[in-house]
Design a protein around this ligand. Sequence first.
Ligand code: SF4
Length: 94
Amino acid sequence: MGKMSLDNKLGLDRFNIDQHNPHITINDGYDNKEKINLLVMACPAGLYQYENGKLSFNHEGCLECGTCRVLSKGRVVKSWSYPVGGKGIEFTQG
Ligand code: SF4
């Protein structure tokens, strides 16, 4: 079997997105580039984007790994919790 790309692997996971209640919120006015870029690189799902000095985040696709919480709670990450029951990711492999 060939090597799977990250996107393919992520495609095996199922998400039940809670669009109205993001389980992670960010301080979008946060402006420490170094700390922001650390987060952009660390999130395995690539959900943090930093372009032209503007930080954006989309909670859809979150793997609930907790990396951003550990790295940046109280800085970029304003609040972090697991999605409410039945929402979020359902791992099917790995
Ligand atoms: S919990 Fe993990 S996957 Fe979700 S946004 Fe944070 S770093 Fe990315």
